[in-house]
Design a protein around this ligand. Sequence first.
Ligand code: BES
Ligand code: MN
Ligand code: MN
Length: 463
Amino acid sequence: MYKTQDYLQQHLERFTHELLELLRIPSVSADPAYQKEVLHCAEAVAKHLEKIGMNHVEIIATKGHPIVFGQKIIDPKLPTVLVYGHYDVQPADPMDLWHSPPFEPLIKPTEIHPEGAIFARGACDDKGQFFMHVKAVESMLACDELPCNVKFMIEGEEEIGSENLGLFVKEHKTQLSADIILVSDTGMLANDVPSVTTGLRGLSYVEVQVTGPNRDLHSGLYGGCVKNPINALCDMIASLHDEQGKITVEGFYDSVLEISRADRDAMAKAPFSEKAYKKALDIEETFGEAGYTTPERGSIRPTLDVNGIWGGYTGEGAKTVIASQAFAKISMRLVPNQDPEEITQLFQRHFKKIAPVGVRVKVTPHHGGQPAVTPLDSMGYKAAAMAYESTFGKAAIPVRSGGSIPIVAMFEQELGLKTILMGFGLDSDAIHSPNEHYGLYNYRMGIKTIPYFYKHFVELSKS
Ligand code: BES
Ligand code: MN
Ligand code: MN
């Protein structure tokens, strides 16, 4: 991979500029107002795939946003790597908290990224990360060092649940046939502590509605006489955790696969500072399920969190009113063996059961996803570990992540393929938040490391 490494080093500046152009396109999948921009972004991605020499580049229309596909088959007898990523991004709001406009990328150094980071929505999640693969493959192709076949599938609906991609995968198993799936859409522990993500949590997401009286009421005339839906919702939500931080939804933990003491001990070897964690978030104390460490609570344990809550009067000044309705959005992160549909049902049953007299409750399920784990003894994992060793000069630590990428479990279910999660972002990169950014160092290291994955994967496949 000498030529490839030399080539990518020479073209890094252009690689960065091409990414900046991609980041200018506000491909917000959740908001219909951006539909044209999402399509425009798909077209830009397709053009890049064509330019680097992919064949059969297609923009595949779906009921929602399109999927971009491209492939280079150099020899059908050789292994095939299927690269997955997403070109859609989260909405940028709250806008006023951005220090520079979210779709006008700006390079600025930070404490953690002294050589500069790109500030823009999607810089890390996931444009900056999937584009590393485009540039790594460009480099291998340009140097005639691509050692196997490669397929790209970059979707536009990851941030809204990948529903249409799920259907596409089910119906196009031959087109997607491969030996391994490679994804950069997660993180690593620190810039000097490379890690490979070996697990993702599943997700169950629900919206709840609590309805009391048939109209908003004067809080003086009716206060104290009717069940206030907002008060009721708060009580109900408060009761979803006990004093030990355990989730009280009946049956919630029944199917959880407990991990062994040995695995937990291995996990504990990854460097983690509770003090630095608290400082970074400006909190006095962490909080979570009793009996587990902070990294465990955030990866191998299931959780329940209110993501949004509203109702009543929230405008300027005061309005004395008892609202007729109260609402909340609640996410539950799930671990291996927990089934999102089953958990949603358990939640629904429980939430209705704990509703006090005087209010009615409605629970609406949103998208969900299955959890996933990568076995450490697989060829793909070994190839990834060796790749990190080549560029970082040290072994990568296996880390289970708390985030979710629902399509990963579908890949296994529908295509029978394992996914290797080579993420190069940092938790501090503020993905989904204002001032999302991605280190230039991380971008470069990703582009450098990816070709070694191909090399080692093909070599291991031969033996
Ligand atoms: N790339 C993230 C997931 C992620 C980030 C995993 C960092 C591990 C580390 C992805 O784009 C994402 O945001 N997923 C959503 C789920 C989806 C169904 C909206 C999530 O985890 O909230
Ligand atoms: Mn992502
Ligand atoms: Mn995301």
